[in-house]
Write a protein that binds this ligand. Structure first.
Ligand code: NAP
Length: 292
């Protein structure tokens, strides 16, 4: 079994980006500038955003953190989105999800200028991704592809089962891995909560990707000997032995699945760091796509 070390791979990706930024600086070109908008004080969201800002520093990017109280109105947030759309200094920005219930997430994401949508959530960018046109591919699927590429994992002709069909992970990943690309050319099955005989479906997988949000859901009897296993899940579970009182647990029962797999991602240190590295790739791309 080989551990797919997302942390080390992400460090390499970020240091390659930092080199490109130095070159840009030397050539008098613009330095990428990412803004992150966060509403409220959810612990998970604050950590994710702090990690994104830290990654900007590692890449030599400029960054701006914009924090709002939970009570901000939808209109006020829309006004901020417009301001960021019009600000020539900001190359790309993210609005950290989830948003409070009184704000319509779809309305906010639709208002983001597709050229600054480095999360790749805007329908225009999702459409371009589906057609294989140059665009921002959402960070988690892009990070998984980058990890497969980095470890030179053969995907062509393989049966890939993705469990979970969210708009940000499972669904785009199913499109990307079925394309005539490398990584890609898989025969993809997209499973979800209504899938029948999930165990039998999973047992057919050469590559299994779990994006469900249920700790240890994928057990050893669902995984074929020698499969590649990618665990996207990150659930905080109470852990009194940790100072902070919790730990992150993936969707895969790592302890029992790892011995059967050929490659497997850990949680934490697998897909998570690759997601952030891909956001950095997209931010640099926001300048390149506009020839800046
Ligand atoms: P999500 O919107 O939470 O949806 C979960 C998906 O899992 C749904 O498609 C659901 O099916 C499916 N599902 C739930 N129970 C199931 C069951 N018993 N059998 C089969 N499928 C089942 O998904 P998400 O936003 O992609 O998040 C999934 C996990 O990934 C979460 O733990 C999240 O924190 C994590 N995540 C991690 C990263 C990272 O960078 N590491 C990034 C994004 C998300 P239905 O559609 O039928 O309801």
């Amino acid at each position: 079994m080989i551990l797919l070390d997302g942390k080390a791979t992400a460090t390499k990706v970020k240091s390659d980006i930092a080199e490109k930024v130095k070159e840009r600086q030397a050539n008098g070109q613009k330095i990428p500038h990412l803004a992150a908008v966060i509403v409220g004080s959810d612990g998970g969201s604050l950590t994710y955003v702090a990690n994104k800002i830290k990654a900007c520093e590692e890449c030599g990017f400029k960054s701006t953190l914009i924090q709002f109280e939970e009570t901000i109105s939808e209109q006020e947030l829309l006004d901020k989105v417009q301001e960021l759309n019009n600000d020539p200094e900001i190359d790309g920005y993210i609005v950290q999800l989830p948003l409070p219930k009184h704000i319509d997430e779809e309305k906010i994401l639709m208002a983001v200028n597709p050229l600054k949508d480095v999360d790749g959530f805007h329908p225009e960018n999702v459409g371009k991704m589906a057609l294989g046109l140059p665009t921002f591919v959402s960070a988690t699927p892009a990070g998984i592809l980058e990890l497969l590429k980095h470890y030179r994992i053969e995907t062509e002709g393989k049966n890939c089962v993705i469990v979970g069909r969210s708009n940000i992970v499972g669904s785009p990943l199913s499109i990307l891995l079925s394309k005539n690309t490398n990584p890609g050319n898989c025969t993809v099955t997209l499973a979800h909560s209504k899938t029948r005989n999930l165990k039998e479906v999973c047992l057919k997988a050469d590559i299994i990707i779990a994006a469900i949000g249920r700790p240890n859901f994928i057990t050893a009897e669902m995984v074929r000997e020698g499969a590649v296993v990618i665990d996207v899940g990150t659930t905080r579970v109470t852990d009194a032995t940790r100072e902070r009182g919790w730990r992150l647990v993936g969707d895969v029962d790592f302890e029992n699945v790892a011995p059967k797999s050929s490659y497997i991602t850990p949680v934490p240190g697998g897909v998570g760091p690759m997601t952030i590295a891909s956001l950095m790739i997209n931010t640099l791309k926001s300048l390149e796509l506009r020839n800046l």
